[in-house]
Design a protein around this ligand. Structure first.
Ligand code: PLP
Length: 426
């Protein structure tokens, strides 16, 4: 098949007729499919039901040190849960606090605390004229929603396959004291599925921020979410790299078991330097007496250790892999060589990123919706929901069944073709 840009006007008009006919036929099927959010499928959740059986009325609810998890106490998480998470992240349990059920909540509280009380003795952000965050794009909509809600100015930093454009990051962080943070999803990034290279991690660790209270918001949401046993991406540990570079306090690392056990009912954690954790704990003692230790204990008993958790992730991979591959297959066979879109092929995480011709993303998403396939809103992957090129679309293959996914992706590529032809005919 020729690239669309090489087709004559007549050829494009003929193609348009045929595509529109296919679209009407697809619409008649009255599809109701959702490829919008990165939720595990019911089959993944069904696989977890033994998790509910590891603790029951006959269980002993005590930690190894004999603390009763049914009662108040241990605000920063039971030691064995801190060790479990520490081992997953490759950091010491001393650098970990286990919180409640969601990492997004910890991120929100971290920004809110910095706004209200400041970071380790620095001026609270709410008293400053301007606070800025760097936002690698495309990125995670809910990160951007937090900084938007607090009126923090968000600056787009383009992503590359190795991570954010580090020349730009260094230039902005090292010279502008208003830059207080950067949102990062360093492994299997949302939505592109890129993993930061060793060089990128080392350049992050070696930053010389103009603001003392600048922090890297390292959201390691997909740390063990590989699709393949043999070809996993690897990521350097930012905490030890920052220590080595003489910047031990510069990073907050977040993670959770939302896509390991049950989203909304997992455990979430923050890893950081002891100085950061001590500062944060002063505020936590006012906020809570403690989080859900029963759930922490349940996680520890279910997985036993980090290796147990990683092995378990391969069961999720067995369900997710064919779905990702089904999408790759349809994109490859239907769009390759047409010059109307490019996409990523991640080896883990929950998303695929698609770039359409400029000015086409919104129309493609609308057209899919009209025919019963819901995609993440175009623009959602950018701060303020403004994709300057209107070209990025996030595909989330996890939730539908493989059959539904094949139908949804067929419709998606059809809509990409229709909208691209329209653009080329203008
Ligand atoms: N961080 C990223 C990058 C995500 O993609 C998601 C969910 O999609 C989350 C955080 C949400 O995590 P949690 O359920 O722990 O709040």
């Amino acid at each position: 098949m020729k690239a669309y840009k090489d087709l004559s006007k007549e050829e494009l008009l003929t193609l348009q007729k045929q595509l529109n006919k296919e679209y009407e036929e697809a619409k008649a099927k009255e599809l109701k499919l959702d490829m919008s959010r990165g939720k595990p499928a019911a089959s993944q959740l069904d696989m977890e039901m033994d998790f509910m059986n590891v603790l029951n009325a006959d269980s002993i609810f005590k930690t190894e040190a004999g603390v009763d998890c049914r009662n108040y106490g241990i605000m920063d998480g039971i030691p064995e849960a801190r060790k479990l998470i520490g081992d997953v992240l490759g950091v010491s349990a001393d650098n970990v606090i286990v919180f409640g059920n969601a990492s997004l909540n910890i991120m929100y509280d971290t920004v809110a605390r910095s706004e209200i009380f400041g970071v380790m003795g620095e001026t609270p952000w709410c008293k400053l004229d301007k606070v800025k965050f760097l936002c690698p794009v495309p990125g995670y909509d809910r990160h951007f929603a937090i900084t938007e809600q607090f009126g923090i100015e968000m600056i787009n930093v383009p992503m590359t396959e190795d991570g954010p454009d580090m020349d730009m990051v260094e230039e902005l962080v090292n010279t502008d004291p208003a830059v207080k943070g950067i949102w990062c999803v360093p492994k299997y990034s949302n939505p592109q599925g890129y993993t930061y290279s060793d060089e990128t991690v080392k350049r992050f660790a070696a930053l010389k921020p103009a603001a003392k209270d600048f922090r890297i918001y390292w959201d390691n949401a997909y740390v063990i979410h590989d699709l393949y046993e043999e070809k996993k991406d690897t990521l350097l540990d930012i905490i030890s790299e920052c220590e080595k570079a003489g910047n031990p306090d510069m990073v907050y690392e977040f993670c959770s078991t939302s896509k390991v056990t049950f989203p909304g009912s997992g455990i979430a954690a923050l890893a950081a330097s002891k100085a950061n954790l001590d500062f944060i704990k002063k505020f936590m003692t006012i906020q809570t007496i403690g989080y859900d230790k029963v759930n922490q204990l349940r996680h520890v008993r279910y997985f036993k250790d980090a290796e147990g958790m990683k092995a378990h992730m391969m069961k999720h991979a067995a369900i997710l892999r064919p779905k990702f591959e089904a999408v790759f297959h349809v994109l490859e066979s239907e769009l390759n060589g047409l010059g109307i879109g490019s996409w990523t092929e991640p080896k883990g995480g929950y998303f695929i990123s698609f770039d359409a011709l400029e000015g086409c993303a919104k129309k493609i998403v609308e057209k899919c919706k009209e025919a019963g396939v819901v995609l993440t809103g175009a623009g959602a992957t950018y701060p303020y929901k403004k994709d300057p090129k209107d070209s990025n679309i996030r595909l989330a293959p996890s939730f539908p069944t493989p059959e539904e996914l094949a139908m949804a992706t067929d419709l998606f590529v059809l809509c990409v073709k229709i909208v691209s032809v329209e653009k080329l005919l203008k």
